[in-house]
Design a protein around this ligand. Structure first.
Ligand code: HEM
Length: 147
């Protein structure tokens, strides 16, 4: 319906430039929660946040995140088919020391990136549509933390 259309249309442009948009999102994330930088162990010896953000391993992770979002957007009609994948992805994040509470901050950073990139196109219904999809993705990942 309308929500899915808002997501698809906005992702059409953003999805073509995944890395730069992902970098905006993660720069915001580390501004809001700098301690998350330590969970990327390949980043422990970089000088500034900007140095960290430009390391190849880090950009790989940004690409991985954007590909998961891409998968969610292409599966809007059947998000449940991603459930097992997302549950396992959650398990991997628990293993590297991510806390489920941090996903709220990731969500804020995603919205921040959308706002920066879409400008006037960033409307209240669009924001809500993305938030709804993100909530489903994060709920599925969070199941990976259950015992
Ligand atoms: C892997 C950290 C959020 C998708 C990893 C790894 C770390 C990490 C340390 C392992 C090393 C690597 O592959 O680079 C974090 C932190 C996050 C976060 C601190 C924010 C709290 C996300 C989100 C997604 C995501 C929101 C997607 C929706 C992935 C994927 C992998 C990965 C696809 C590869 C998993 C595999 O090897 O199979 N993450 N991550 N990450 N992350 Fe994240």
């Amino acid at each position: 319906e309308k929500e899915k259309e808002l997501i698809r249309v906005s992702w059409e442009s953003l999805g073509k430039n995944k890395v730069p948009h992902g970098v905006i999102m993660f720069s915001r994330l580390f501004e809001l929660e700098p301690a998350l930088l330590n969970l990327f162990h390949y980043n422990t010896n970089c000088g500034t946040i900007q140095d960290c953000l430009s390391s190849p391993e880090f950009l790989d992770h940004v690409t991985k995140v954007m590909l998961v979002i891409d998968a969610a957007v292409s599966h809007l009609d059947n998000l449940h088919t991603l459930e097992d994948f997302l549950l396992n992805l959650g398990k991997k994040h628990q293993a590297v020391g991510v806390n489920t509470q941090s996903f709220a901050v990731v969500g804020e950073s995603l919205l921040y990136m959308l706002q920066c990139s879409l400008g006037q196109g960033y409307t209240a219904p669009l924001r809500q549509a993305w938030l709804n999809m993100y909530t489903i993705v994060v709920a599925a990942m969070s199941r990976g933390w259950a015992k």
